[in-house]
Design a binder for this molecule. Structure first.
Ligand code: MN
Length: 223
C-alpha cells in the first residue's frame, strides 16, 4: 500500500513537471482581503479563472511549438517578437497577473520607501501629482490593457501603458523598462463592482497598493 502511494506521488510529480512548466503561485492573501476596494468575487474569478487560463494556454502554446522547456518568463518576454501571438498574449497574461497580485495587499496606510518617494517627487513633482498622472494614463488606455510605473534604461521612473497583455519587458514595446507597479485596466478587473466606472476602480484600488513591495522592486532594480 505504501509502495503504491509512493509510486503514485512520484508519477504525479513527474507528470506535473513535464506538462506544467508554468504553475500558478498561491494568492498572497484571501480573496476577500481587498474588500471593499476589490470585491472577493472579482478576485476569485480574476485569479482562479483568467490568470489560470493564461498559464494553461501558455503551457499548451509552448508545447505546440516544442518549446515546453522554456521556463524563464522574463526571457520569453524579452524575445517575444520571435514567438507567435498565442505565446505573446499568454506569456504576457501570466507575467502581468503574477506580478499584479504581489502589488496589492490588505495592509493599510503603507507608503513608498524614502528612496522611492524621493524619486517620485523628483520625476512627477509630488505623490499626488504622480497618482493623478498614473490614474490618468489608466483612463487614457483605450480598451483592455495595463498601466505601469517603470524604471527606464537611464534609471528614471516613467509612467506608461500597454494594450492587451503586452508589457514594458517586451522587446518590441514602444516604451521599455522594468516594472515596479502596474494596474490591470481590463474590464474583467472591475466590471462586477464598478461596471463602466474605470476611474472609481482606479481610485479604489489605489487604497490597497502594497507600497512595501513596490519599494522592494525599486530597490532591486536600482541598488
Ligand atoms: Mn486581468
Amino acid at each position: 500500500m505504501r509502495k503504491i502511494s509512493f509510486t503514485f506521488i512520484v508519477l504525479f510529480l513527474i507528470t506535473q513537471k513535464q506538462f506544467a512548466q508554468f504553475v500558478q503561485e498561491p494568492l498572497p492573501y484571501p480573496y476577500d482581503a481587498l474588500e471593499p476596494y476589490v470585491d472577493a468575487q472579482t478576485m476569485q474569478i480574476h485569479y482562479g479563472k483568467h490568470h489560470l487560463a493564461y498559464i494553461n494556454n501558455l503551457n499548451a502554446g509552448l508545447k505546440a511549438i516544442n518549446m515546453e522547456k522554456k521556463t524563464d518568463i522574463i526571457d520569453i518576454l524579452n524575445h517575444v517578437s520571435s514567438y507567435n501571438v498565442t505565446i505573446r498574449n499568454n506569456a504576457g497574461g501570466h507575467y502581468n497577473h503574477a506580478f499584479f497580485w504581489t502589488l496589492l495587499g490588505p495592509e493599510k496606510k503603507l507608503m513608498p520607501s524614502e528612496k522611492l518617494e524621493k524619486a517620485i517627487n523628483k520625476q512627477f513633482g509630488s505623490m499626488d501629482k504622480f497618482k493623478e498622472q498614473f490614474i490618468n494614463e489608466g483612463m487614457m488606455r483605450f480598451g483592455s490593457g495595463w498601466v505601469w510605473l517603470i524604471v527606464d534604461a537611464n534609471g528614471n521612473l516613467a509612467i506608461t501603458s500597454t494594450p492587451n497583455q503586452d508589457n514594458p519587458l517586451m522587446d518590441d514595446a514602444p516604451v521599455k523598462g522594468k516594472p515596479i507597479l502596474s494596474i490591470d485596466v481590463w474590464e474583467h478587473a472591475y466590471y462586477l463592482k464598478y461596471q463602466n466606472k474605470r476611474k472609481d476602480y482606479l481610485l479604489a484600488i489605489w487604497q490597497v497598493i502594497n507600497w512595501k513591495k513596490v519599494s522592494e522592486y525599486y530597490d532591486e532594480i536600482t541598488q
